[in-house]
Design a protein around this ligand. Structure first.
Ligand code: PMP
Length: 430
């Protein structure tokens, strides 16, 4: 039984006095779903526990990183051991090479990798490298793709920027915005036209090879291949932002699923196993342009710290053991099939997208392939769905423009409960 959120509400009021909007990242404030957020006290496996004594089955998983669930025993044990040696040295450790090697083993296109502290840093640094390497300024990105909050990427952005209705933020200078060209997702023809006009000035095309930040949207057949071809033709770099899709769309990222060889790849989320890690990597001849090997500058006080490397290593070791990823993907497929069946039985029209362990439900009769079709989803229906699910103990991302995530910790019982709750919600909104 849902116990309400009265204690969380008091804590939120207090937080708002000291922290802008009461949160350290905008979507956490629940502003688009007409509620106040639960304040969390602990996580365990597939569950989250809040201040009011509610228990939720968690499909946010800290926005993606916790593919093994909360407090996976092997991650906890490795972190406890690591605490005995220290938290950060600002000096090289063998752990960093170990995580670099495992990352390069798992991500097919990567020959070298640099660790940073967030997805934002990864994409920002990859683009500086692309510009330094090509000696060009312009970049192409896609509407509704989110690549973190660096100025030149916060243009037509997805995720919280879309949820809050500010896809291009005040504070991004016009002089910077003018170097970012945007195109609709999955629209190769527009990209080709952009290249015909500007090709010689384009340093890179950056994209989410499976979009997650306008809800989950797979690439159309031929889209990624076409981008690979046109970027190669014009000497521009192709950057896959796999901060979300890396180790999620497939164990080897979206590039493994669709068999595409990008020049650079950005990682985040799962690679840190719940601690702050991002990474960018790719072809050796490009990566060797980064300082101190080359002239393109990028640095970080806490980059590669042992605690973060340890959480990432423990997570990737468990995840890459035979059969583990397939097991999580099977759970995600089971959930998706259950939800589709529930929609059918209740007469609800909706679009269901899933790639690997990420998925979304859109309340629309259209096939969802880009930002325009994603935004055809009925947001009132989404809000009702979200509220009913939360009260039924199902913790979803509080926005239509986010993906849901499966973990190894989710049980058959969790999935059955989720489908039963969804059936109830669907019948109320159908
Ligand atoms: N790129 C993608 C594809 C993302 O999903 C995100 C975060 N949701 C980022 C970049 C930014 O990562 P971070 O929040 O760690 O800065």
């Amino acid at each position: 039984m849902f116990k309400g959120l009265s204690k969380s509400e008091k804590l939120f009021e207090e937080a708002k006095q000291y922290i802008p909007g009461g949160v350290n990242s905008p979507v956490r404030a629940y502003s688009s779903v007409g509620m106040n957020p639960p304040f969390i006290v602990r996580g365990d496996g597939s569950k989250l526990y809040d201040e009011d004594g509610n228990v939720y089955i968690d499909y946010v998983q800290s926005w993606g990183p916790l593919i093994l669930g909360h407090r996976h025993p092997q991650v906890v044990e490795a972190l406890q051991e690591c605490l005995e040696i220290g938290t950060s040295f600002g000096a090289p450790t063998a752990l960093e090479t170990e995580l670099a090697k495992l990352t390069i083993d798992l991500i097919p296109s990567m020959e070298m990798v640099r660790m940073v502290n967030s997805g934002t840093e990864a994409t920002m640094s990859a683009l500086r490298l692309a510009r330094g390497y090509t000696e060009r300024d312009k970049i192409v990105k896609f509407k509704g793709n989110y690549h973190g909050h660096a100025d030149h990427l916060l243009i037509d952005a997805g995720s919280g920027a879309l949820t809050l209705g500010v896809p291009t933020s005040p504070g991004v200078p016009q002089s910077i915005a003018q170097n970012t060209i945007t195109a609709p997702y999955n629209d190769l023809d527009t990209v080709k036209k952009i290249f015909e006009m500007e090709g010689k000035n384009i340093a890179a095309v950056i994209l989410e090879p499976v979009a997650g930040n306008m809800g989950c949207i797979p690439p159309r057949p031929g889209f990624l291949e076409g981008l690979r071809e046109v970027t190669s033709q014009y000497g521009s770099l192709l950057i896959f932002d796999e901060v979300m899709s890396g180790f999620r769309a497939g164990l080897h990222g979206a590039q493994g699923v669709y068999n595409i060889d990008p020049d650079l790849t950005c990682l985040g989320k799962v690679i840190g196993g719940g601690l702050p890690v991002g990474a960018y990597g790719g072809k050796k001849k490009i990566m060797e342009q980064i300082a101190p090997a080359g002239p393109v500058y990028q640095a970080g006080t806490l980059s590669g710290n042992p605690l973060a490397m340890t959480a990432g290593l423990a997570t990737l070791k468990v995840l890459s053991a035979p059969g583990v990823f397939a097991e999580i993907e099977n759970k995600a497929a089971k959930l998706s099939e259950g939800l589709q069946q529930a929609a059918k039985e209740t007469g609800l029209t909706a679009a269901f997208n899933r790639v690997g362990t990420m998925q979304s439900v859109f309340f629309t009769s259209k096939e969802v392939v880009d930002f325009d079709t994603a935004s055809s989803s009925d947001l009132d229906k989404f809000t009702k769905f979200f509220q009913i699910m939360l009260k039924e103990g199902i913790y979803l991302a509080p926005s239509q423009y986010e993906a849901g995530f499966m973990s190894i910790a989710h049980t058959d019982e969790d999935i059955e409960k989720t489908v039963a709750a969804a059936k109830k919600a669907f019948s109320e909104i159908a």
